[in-house]
Design a protein around this ligand. Structure first.
Ligand code: NIG
Ligand code: FE
Length: 425
């Protein structure tokens, strides 16, 4: 067996390995630890990490002849970001609605009048599969440029069988052709479509009935269990059917209101419970029971001009595994840059930069059940690695609103350099 690397990244001022939590997510004090190696180096072969240590240690082990050597120039190097909750396949935008909200209109009121998610459904239904792919590809390109190397993408702007399948096929095409790794989720139960407003339970039946057909296209099934979405009974019907068919389960809860989603999430033992902005202290403790990953999305209350952020710091103190994501979508968070979300998490969820970085790498990988392959820089893992143009990781959220990414390696291939995609697909 030839153990010589084909790529060596060295002189990493701070190499944030985020190691040691591939089997179980980080909690409590683990959230403060980034597994830092000063003046670190990573050896890569065939897209996988084969060695991690200091530049000196790896320099002694490997003769550099025939190896591509990347000098990280003393900068911060870490695993590619994992954005574990997005709705990145949709038509149109809602900039007009944004202005209405700035003038006092309310998000849920707009939805009740047939706008909001429903207007995006209209715009998405109009697009052909090809157009939808082209629009979404641009969003994925931006994510890569911002350092995201794996992204979960939900359907949910089709809301009928053919349009939901169209979105899932767009995701599948992008999965096969784009550098970014995509985890597909079926969110047919995003809201009740206009044509079913008077028969919501008939729409729940429809969602249950198409689960079998969408199964080949989706790893997870998700339901928006909240005001403006589905009640507990409807959500349970969909998610328990999905569970029997072998989907992993996710659930949107407590974004707007507590409607009984927490006990349901625990009953179903979902992989992740997402949003949790309006959660009571006693309910936080309930979530602890079955190791549910709490996916927090601070971009949403920020963009909706609310002050009800999820109690991130408290959740960490209580020993809950938290992850962070963008929720990239046209209504509640049109920001696909996870670096901005790290800053918001620090400022609004009152967590530290180290905790936030753990939450967007290894814990986000757990929220996608992929922590055995991604989310940290450890031997055996996929070489998804980013170099940031900073000397100390605390500078990442501190200098906010700027893209710090210098280089992105995906499965050991350099695909982003100096704000450009260099290996075009
Ligand atoms: O996660 N509110 C439910 N779903 C999305 C928003 C979708 C939209 O407004 O288009 C969310 O916030
Ligand atoms: Fe969402």
């Amino acid at each position: 067996m030839n153990l010589l690397p084909d790529l060596l990244i060295q002189n990493c001022g701070q190499l944030l390995t985020v190691a040691g939590a591939s089997r179980r997510p980080k909690i409590l004090k683990g959230m403060d630890d980034l597994g830092i190696i000063l003046d670190g180096a990573v050896a890569i072969k065939d897209g996988n990490i084969i060695d991690v240590g200091t530049t000196k240690q790896l320099g002694k082990k490997y003769n550099k002849k025939g190896i591509q050597v990347i000098d990280a120039l003393g900068k911060v190097v870490l695993p590619g970001f994992v954005d574990c909750h997005t709705h990145a396949v949709f038509g149109g935008d809602r900039a007009g609605e944004f202005v209405q909200r700035l003038q006092g209109a309310n998000y849920l009121e707009i939805l009740k009048k047939g706008g909001g998610i429903l207007s995006t459904v209209e715009n998405t239904r109009k697009l052909t599969l090809e157009k939808l792919i082209n629009v979404s590809k641009k969003y994925l390109d931006t994510m890569l440029l911002d350092g995201t190397t794996t992204v979960e993408v939900k359907s949910g702007y089709g809301l009928d069988k053919n349009n939901e399948l169209k979105i899932l096929k767009a995701i599948q095409y992008l999965q096969k052709t784009h550098h970014i790794d995509i985890v597909p989720t079926f969110l047919g139960a995003h809201t009740i479509p206009s044509e079913y407003q008077s028969y919501p339970d008939a729409y729940v039946d429809l969602v249950c009935n198409i689960l079998q057909e969408v199964k080949p296209y989706a790893t997870f099934c998700d339901v928006f269990c909240d005001e403006g979405g589905f009640d507990v009974e409807q959500t349970e019907r969909i998610l328990s059917t999905a569970k029997k068919l072998g989907f992993g389960l996710k659930i949107h809860i407590n974004e707007f209101k507590e409607v009984g989603g927490v006990p349901l999430a625990v009953r179903l033992c979902v992989t992740s419970a997402d949003h949790l902005d309006n959660i009571k202290y006693r309910d936080i403790l309930k979530l602890k029971k079955c190791g549910i990953i709490c996916v927090l999305l601070p971009g949403v209350p920020f963009f909706l001009m609310k002050n009800n952020y999820a109690p991130g710091r408290k959740m960490i103190e209580e020993g809950l595994p938290i992850a962070l994501a963008t929720d990239f979508n046209p209504g509640t968070c049109p920001c696909a840059n996870i670096q901005m979300i790290i800053t918001l998490a620090c400022l609004k969820l009152c967590i530290t930069p180290a905790q936030a970085i753990n939450a967007v790498t290894i814990n986000a990988a757990h929220a996608l059940e992929m922590a055995d392959r991604i989310g940290s820089i450890e031997v055996g893992k996929q070489a998804d690695i980013i170099i940031l143009d900073i000397q100390d990781y605390n500078q990442l959220p501190y200098y906010f609103g700027t893209n710090h990414v210098k280089k992105v390696f995906k499965k050991g291939r350099l695909i982003v350099e100096d704000k450009q995609l260099v290996d075009l697909r």
